[in-house]
Design a protein around this ligand. Structure first.
Ligand SMILES: C[S@@+](CC[C@H](N)C(=O)[O-])C[C@H]1O[C@@H](n2cnc3c(N)ncnc32)[C@H](O)[C@@H]1O
Length: 135
């Protein structure tokens, strides 16, 4: 297969729109290996900065950025681990998630996959940032 047009070149930089149906095995295994560390990052953050988790009228949302989210399927399990860790400390704190990837990424698919995967959580807002994270 050859890549000729500008739009083909851009599309070739990001994951295929079928990525959510093909991502398997080693990706899930490597994600599973990070879950305890993700939760402990939240606990440590709380230890050093408990004010950041305070709930109330002046509280700031807890923001999570997912760099290189692709079409979102493999983001759900680690995001859930982070959300659960935050909610253990601050049950009603607003959480914002930024799905970040290159502008030509299929964010429509990512939004649907992540929104569905996290639908049990209230007070959670999912946004997107289409930007090259190296610049
Ligand atoms: C191997 S995929 C990983 C997808 C998913 N997070 C996972 O774990 O299955 C890498 C992702 O990073 C994105 N990416 C690569 N370079 C990037 C850059 N410079 N800025 C933003 N996103 C980038 C790609 O578009 C792709 O979606």
């Amino acid at each position: 297969m050859s890549i000729n047009t500008d739009s083909e070149q851009k599309a070739a930089r990001v994951m295929n729109e079928d990525y959510n149906n093909t991502v398997t095995g080693w990706v899930h295994e490597s994600i599973a290996a990070t879950l305890d560390d993700l939760a402990s990052c939240v606990t440590k953050y709380h230890e050093v900065n408990p004010q950041r988790f305070e709930e109330g009228p002046n509280s700031q949302p807890f923001v999570i950025a997912d760099f290189g989210c692709a079409t979102g399927a493999s983001s759900i399990v680690p995001l859930r681990a982070l959300i659960q860790a935050v909610r253990k400390i601050a049950p009603s704190l607003t959480i914002q998630i930024y799905l970040e990837d290159l502008p030509e990424n299929r964010f429509d698919i990512a939004f649907q996959a992540v929104s569905k995967g996290l639908e049990e959580f209230d007070n959670l807002f999912i946004m997107a940032a289409g930007k090259d994270f190296t610049v």
